[in-house]
Design a protein. Structure first.
Lengths: 684, 334
């Protein structure tokens, strides 16, 4: 059965399709936007009758072109983006030839799937709200497909009917959706998915050369949120560790820091070390955004607290698998702990002293000098730190680029740089003085939301600092940047660069830039809190959260009980519908007159004079008059009145109608009684 | 063995069909007016509905594998919409009143349009598809507004002569989401009569007629002479109405012919020998139509009745219905 859909449905379809494709556009190749415009324009011209529908030749050509474009833009790699592009192009091509109701279904179903796919890219509260509108449009398009056009003038009416029906069904479905969301048992992934986003995430990388972290400072993308459970350490101690770099190597003409791999031994929870809960030990929860890496974040003295999380010797925690999805986890830290106070193993020591032999001669010379002047490692460290303070170094995110002997030119020529410069030059000098040292990268600080108490860490909070081995103390954290730009540590990047243009350059529309306006800043913090709650309660509603939630409401054995509940609710739902149907079937209430006529019918049935189904009132009146000659007159009069009443009723109703109705009904009953007693009945 | 098995299977099928029909007759009895309610509406998921289910399964798997709460939410919402859609689809038929309209008539073998009236005072209905299940003829799609009454003409092929007795009319609707189809089987008692299929052939004069009646009616053909106009009287043949005068606004006038008496014709059952009953009726029907067309007065003689000669549409219809109901008197004509 091929049914063309009405004109209004096309508008709905194109609208809903646009709403689904719009948010995806930032994640897929730009040419799809062009294709989208062409397809919509073409289809609209077909709708207006200016272009014909494409024939088979054109269709085949377009499909081949579409597939080729997808393959070329995927560059032979199969990832989430290319898969999305493929589905999207398929649905666009379907739009082109869309004509019948069936085509409409296919496009709508594909759009629903694309909407779900877009949730793999974005899940913020604004995305969710936007998607409600998209779902509404899609359902309205579905309704539009089934509308039969009264005529073209009523197209507005059709629109409002579809919009209303869609809103109604969505509202009606909301309670069941919420129940299912809470009660439906959350399972682990059914099979491991290799289809992940191929887009490189901004964020820390596993290598660092001076200049890398400045790139990150241009991004205000969310990295993670942290909430301290009881006590919160002061903001200057918020050094969130992610990576430790102890290898220093030349790569493509540049000196690059990376991890050597001497610390790859991992203790998995619960075998790993755990400090006892006491003063100076902090518990905190972190909701980390997808990073496509394994590393997790923690303060100094970190320990793994959950299954699937392991601890490495260099005071870092990692996840068992790469974080392709957002992850929430609990961490415990004891920042005051001495790391590896039991001593330094020889190969760790060697790794932490390794340098590129011929590079940066001036720096080496300076290091030799300090080494000879100062007596102890601690004194050498202190002196080196003060060197930055006393030689008018400055903190900037836009340093002049340095190539060969980068540390020499930083220390002696430019004297302006950011954390990556400070930390790498510092570690270089320490190593040159034969003191084991390494670079730690991660994030520093974060914005505390005063209402909810959570800390939001964004990419521009990325930081690099150093750890130095001091005998009897273990690894000691040192932040050379703090010598030059203490406000960077105390207040964070945003505050410290507030007046300049350096903060988020080229990102003029970032909300964070508006934080100077009190009102807007409040609004921004409010939105941030909302998003945090959204992440914590909705997006991270996982197996554990569901278990806790259900335990709270249903007590023990909650999973089994939740299934019973689910089954019970469904039975209840259907039972309710059944009851509602039985209760309020479309039985029309009989009017008074109809009731009285029915009673007359019953009486007459006994006499064998029931009114036939086909019999008009006039004929029946005549028949009754024939049968009851003595009552003929009153029968005639009554039926005349009755007919008049039935006719008038359809035209107007006024205050008297009710009274007349009552009187008439009474007469009919009386007549019925009289006729039953009438012995003069005259059977033909 | 196999044939026995097949036979028993066939009878089971037949028995089931019989049962189904008798159940349906009890559930939705034949009547002139039906208001649809939960007793008369059936509803099952449509093919599209099953595809939607497939989509939901796909979405659920995606949600589970990617551990994505928003996809879970979307899946559950759409699932919930699919459940609610049942109520919406049901509502699109529920409360709809379907009535028969005026009497219809036609000849066996022809197709007529059966008028039905649909109305609802409470809500409007969309995408109502009427069809006869056993006919492959086109379906009729309609819709009504709240408080509107609309007459729909549904083509129906006429088969056997007699009182019109249509099969069950299927009314289906998938509005608003297409995920379910809801339908009903309507047995409407549309008043109507099916005349025998006419066979045109020359008249054969009846046997044993009165002497003064001419033996060969054909002799009279062409003798009709127009003598003037008189005012139209009920029962005058439409063929004799002076349409030109009517168009000029001079009122309804009938042409008068001087030889109406002469061209009187008895159409006699008994004059037809050696033909089957149905064939005889068909021939008589053809004669009636012919005679009416020629404007002659004709009478009809059947084994059980005789209708005195006369002319006019009323007379013709009476004759035709006598022919239609011949031998089917148990149904009676009121």
């Amino acid at each position: 059965m091929i049914k063309d859909f009405p004109r209004s449905a096309l508008i709905w379809l194109l609208l809903s399709m646009t709403s689904v494709l719009l948010p995806l556009q930032t994640h897929i190749p730009l040419w799809t936007a062009l294709l989208f415009l062409i397809v919509v324009g073409w289809r609209w011209m077909m709708h207006l009758g200016r272009f014909p529908f494409p024939d088979t030749k054109i269709k085949v050509l377009v499909v081949i072109l579409g597939i080729a474009a997808v393959l070329i833009s995927a560059k032979g790699r199969f990832h989430l983006e290319s898969a999305t592009t493929f589905i999207l192009v398929a649905s666009l091509l379907k739009v082109l030839e869309m004509k019948t109701q069936r085509d409409g279904y296919i496009v709508i179903f594909l759009c629903f799937f694309l909407l779900a796919v877009s949730f793999l890219f974005e899940q913020g509260i604004l995305t969710a709200l936007y998607s409600i509108a998209a779902v509404w449009l899609l359902i309205a398009a579905l309704v539009g497909l089934h509308q039969t056009l009264f005529n073209d003038h009523q197209i507005k009416q059709l629109f409002s009917a579809a919009a209303k029906t869609s809103a109604q069904v969505l509202a009606l479905s909301l309670p069941i959706m919420l129940l299912l969301f809470v009660l439906f048992p959350r399972l682990g992934p059914l099979w491991s998915l290799n289809l992940q986003s191929g887009k490189a995430k901004t964020g820390l990388s596993e290598e660092m050369s001076p200049g890398d972290i400045a790139e990150l400072s241009k991004s205000d993308e969310l990295v993670f949120r942290a909430t301290f459970i009881d006590e919160r350490p002061p903001a200057t101690e918020w050094y969130w560790r992610a990576l430790v770099f102890d290898r220093y190597k030349e790569k493509n003409g540049r000196a690059v820091w990376s991890a050597s791999g001497v610390f790859d031994q991992t203790d998995w929870f619960p075998q790993s070390w755990q400090p006892k809960m006491q003063a100076g030990v902090f518990d905190y929860r972190i909701i980390q955004e997808a990073s496509n890496h394994k590393w997790l974040f923690g303060l100094r003295g970190v320990s793994a607290m959950e299954a699937g999380i392991g601890m490495k010797e260099n005071d870092l925690i990692i996840n068992k698998t790469k974080l392709h999805q957002r992850k929430e986890y609990l961490v415990r830290s004891k920042p005051s702990i001495a790391i590896a106070d039991q001593g330094l193993r020889p190969f760790v020591r060697n790794q932490s002293l390794q340098l590129i032999q011929t590079s940066n001669p001036k720096t080496r010379l300076l290091a030799q000098q300090i080494m000879l002047e100062q007596a102890s490692d601690q004194a050498r460290l202190d002196f080196t730190l003060s060197y930055y303070r006393t030689h008018s170094f400055s903190y900037t995110l836009q340093p002049t680029p340095m190539q060969e002997n980068d540390i020499d030119s930083f220390l002696f020529d430019n004297r302006a740089g950011f954390c990556a410069h400070f930390s790498s030059s510092f570690v270089f000098m320490m190593r040159a003085m034969n003191i084991p040292a390494r670079i730690v990268t991660g994030y520093q600080g974060g914005e505390l939301n005063p209402d909810s108490g959570h800390i939001t860490v964004r990419q521009y909070d990325a930081h690099a600092w150093a750890e130095v081995w001091i005998e009897n103390k273990g690894w000691v954290s040192v932040d050379p940047t703090a010598q030059v730009a203490p406000q960077r540590i105390r207040l964070g990047l945003r505050e410290s660069l507030q007046d300049g243009d350096e903060f988020l350059p080229g990102n003029n529309f970032s909300l964070i830039k508006l934080s100077n306006f009190q009102f807007l800043n409040d609004l921004r913090l409010r939105l941030d809190e909302l998003n945090y709650q959204w992440h914590q309660t909705v997006l991270n509603f996982n197996k554990d959260k569901q278990g806790n939630f259900l335990k709270q409401w249903l007590g023990r054995n909650s999973l089994k009980k939740s299934l019973y509940w689910l089954a019970g609710l469904f039975c209840g739902f259907f039972l309710l519908i059944a009851i509602a149907l039985l209760w309020s079937g479309p039985k029309r209430k009989l009017t008074r007159i109809e009731k009285s006529l029915r009673s007359l019918d019953k009486r007459m049935q006994i006499q064998g004079l029931k009114r036939d189904e086909y019999e008009g009132l006039n004929d029946y009146s005549m028949r009754l008059q024939d049968s009851f000659p003595s009552e003929a007159q009153s029968i005639e009069r009554l039926f005349e009145q009755l007919q008049q009443y039935l006719y008038v009723k359809a035209q107007t109703r006024n205050a008297n109608t009710d009274k007349n109705e009552r009187a008439l009904a009474k007469y009919i009953r009386q007549l019925g009684k009289r006729l039953t007693k009438d012995k003069s009945i005259h059977h033909r | 063995m196999t044939s026995l098995y097949q036979r028993s299977k066939l009878t089971i099928q037949k028995r089931l069909a019989k049962r189904w029909i008798s159940w349906l007759n009890r559930r939705i009895p034949a009547s002139r007016e039906v208001t649809l309610n939960q007793r008369s509406i059936f509803i099952v998921p449509s093919k599209t509905g099953w595809f939607f289910c497939l989509l939901l399964v796909l979405l659920l798997i995606t949600a589970i594998n990617y551990q994505n709460s928003l996809i879970y939410g979307l899946t559950f919402w759409l699932f919930s919409v699919a459940l609610s859609a049942m109520i919406f689809t049901y509502r699109n038929l529920s409360g709809l009143t379907i009535k028969t309209s005026q009497k219809v008539s036609g000849f066996s073998g022809d197709s007529i349009e059966i008028p039905i009236r649909i109305s609802d005072s409470r809500r409007s209905h969309q995408g109502l598809v009427f069809s006869w299940p056993q006919q492959t003829s086109a379906t009729i799609t309609s819709e009504i507004h709240k408080n509107e009454e609309r007459e729909i003409l549904i083509p129906y092929p006429l088969n056997t002569r007699g009182q019109l007795k249509t099969e069950r009319l299927r009314l289906e609707s998938r509005y608003p989401f297409g995920l379910y189809k809801s339908w009903t089987w309507l047995q409407l008692k549309t008043p109507g009569i099916i005349f025998p299929k006419p066979i045109y052939s020359p008249y054969i004069a009846g046997e044993g007629e009165g002497n003064d009646e001419p033996r060969d009616a054909n002799l009279q053909v062409g003798n009709d002479e127009f003598i003037g106009l008189r005012s139209y009287q009920k029962g005058d043949s439409l063929k004799h109405i002076a349409w030109k005068y009517l168009a000029k606004g001079k009122g309804l006038l009938s042409k008068e012919y001087d030889n109406q008496q002469l061209s009187m014709q008895w159409l006699d059952w008994h004059s037809l020998h050696g033909q089957g009953v149905e064939n005889k009726l068909s021939l008589l029907t053809g004669w009636v139509l012919q005679a009416e067309k020629e404007g002659r007065a004709y009478g009809l003689r059947l084994p059980n009745t005789a209708i005195a000669p006369n002319t006019g549409d009323l007379h013709r219809d009476y004759c035709l219905s006598q022919l239609a109901l011949f031998g089917k008197q148990e149904q009676g004509i009121d």
